[in-house]
Design a protein around this ligand. Structure first.
Ligand code: AMP
Length: 408
């Protein structure tokens, strides 16, 4: 961060969209808060004050029966106690995001003090990237810091538009966002080879662009999870009741052909753990992935695939992983994902750079206690995927754009 924060009020966009217990509303996983601490602490230590803002959940999608916002459920007040424990200084909570109270409270902030604004998504203007709302946010502070990587792919008011109201000397990325970009670039810009990408999860349709782009970059592309069965069927396999997107069969064929043409090693699971129901209590056995009986479905990669995938991963020098290899939430179908996580950790120990790209693969790595054994665990699922797809994130772009008035 190349701003001297001494005596300045910094408006800091963080990602405090943390999971809460459904009844007590207590924070059940504070990883995202912890990852924002270095930026907050740095500003305070330099003699600045901090105005934190974030979204929490999707209040506009989950309105109350009478059509009003469920403020009790989605208020950021729920996280204040944990935030104070973690930062170790008092945090003043403002029950509005912009307005008279927010202005007075921010104007009264002294060096070393912290305040938290109410959920940005309580305001209609947030998701629309509304200029008036963004301008009101900007008026609360002297400088703007974006440290919310998880929402940097959204052109929202607090992540993107607000940056247009600060010139380049008065806006900067926070440490977290900076390190997310730096780590992503180790995969996207001249990765050390062999470069192995592992993509899993439920649907091909969610990761089409990613797969297409990865084929241009990797030496080996490993495809596991539910999406592998669309590829299996596209190649003429019998997949029983496994997950399949019939409208993506042609696309799967195109991706397979592209990989062949470019000499990319595209690995699908040769065998699977198949089950007779989508349940941890179902009967299950190992079977070839292209010969699955009707009534059975592939819920994890099989023993042969586990070994083949792991061997490829162990030889890699750069690894990107997004998406589980099976229904890892059910213990009987978690083995494939566990072994892949272990192989990634082993490769890292012998010198590979490994990036875990958000979402369920992060949950899997955490579940196994391997988060410290990989090179970098991203805090942003969608944002990391978009970076890997080669897109410029709106929240990132806005930081290099001059102040709005200078453009007019
Ligand atoms: P995604 O959000 O696309 O990364 O998908 C993650 C979800 O995919 C997890 O909830 C997994 O349970 C699910 N999944 C992975 N493999 C399979 C499979 N073979 N069949 C059905 N669902 C799967």
């Amino acid at each position: 961060m190349d701003i001297n924060f001494s005596g300045k009020r910094a408006l800091v966009r963080v990602d405090f969209n943390v999971p809460l217990d459904k009844e007590s509303f207590k924070v059940t996983d504070d990883t995202r808060i912890k990852r924002a601490l270095p930026t907050i602490t740095h500003i305070l230590e330099e003699g600045g004050s901090v105005i934190l803002m974030s979204h929490l959940g999707r209040p506009m999608k989950k309105l109350k029966e009478d059509g009003s916002i469920d403020r009790e459920r989605f208020t950021l007040k729920h996280i204040v106690e944990r935030l104070i424990d973690l930062i170790g200084v008092e945090v003043k909570f403002c029950d509005e995001t912009v307005g008279k109270k927010a202005s007075e409270m921010s104007a009264g902030l002294k060096r070393g003090q912290v305040m938290l604004l109410e959920n940005t998504r309580f305001n209609e203007g947030e998701k629309e990237g509304d200029s008036e709302f963004a301008k009101a946010l900007a008026s609360l502070a002297d400088v703007y810091v974006n440290d919310a990587f998880g929402t940097a792919h959204r052109a929202h008011a607090s992540t993107t538009t607000v940056a247009h109201y600060f010139d380049e000397e008065h806006k900067t990325f926070g440490f977290l966002l900076e390190s997310e970009l730096k780590n992503a670039s180790r995969v996207t810009d001249n990765p050390e080879r062999p470069f192995v990408a592992i993509v899993g999860g439920a649907k091909v349709s969610d990761k089409m662009l990613l797969l297409d782009r990865l084929i241009d970059q990797v030496d080996t592309l490993i495809v596991g999870g539910g999406m592998a069965y669309t590829f299996m069927k596209a190649e003429g396999g019998k997949i029983g009741n496994s997950l399949c997107e019939d409208d993506r069969l042609e696309l799967a064929r195109e991706l397979l052909a592209k990989a062949r043409k470019q000499g990319v090693h595209l690995l699908l699971p040769t065998d699977s753990v198949v089950a007779d129901a989508f349940s941890n209590d179902a009967n299950f056995r190992n079977a070839p992935s292209n010969l699955i009986d009707e009534g059975w479905m592939g819920l994890d990669i099989g023993v042969y695939a586990q070994n083949e995938f792991s061997n490829n991963i162990r030889n890699a020098k750069t690894i990107f992983w997004n998406g589980p290899m099976g229904v890892f939430e059910m213990p009987n179908f978690a083995n494939g994902t566990k072994l892949i996580a272990q192989a990634v950790a082993e490769a890292t120990q012998t010198g590979a750079f490994s990036l875990i790209g958000g979402g369920d693969s992060v949950a899997a790595v955490n579940m196994m206690g391997l988060a410290n054994k990989v090179s970098y665990v991203s805090t942003g699922g969608g944002a990391m995927l978009e970076l890997l797809e080669g897109k410029v994130l709106p929240g990132v772009k806005a930081m290099s754009v001059a102040k709005l008035e200078e453009l007019e």
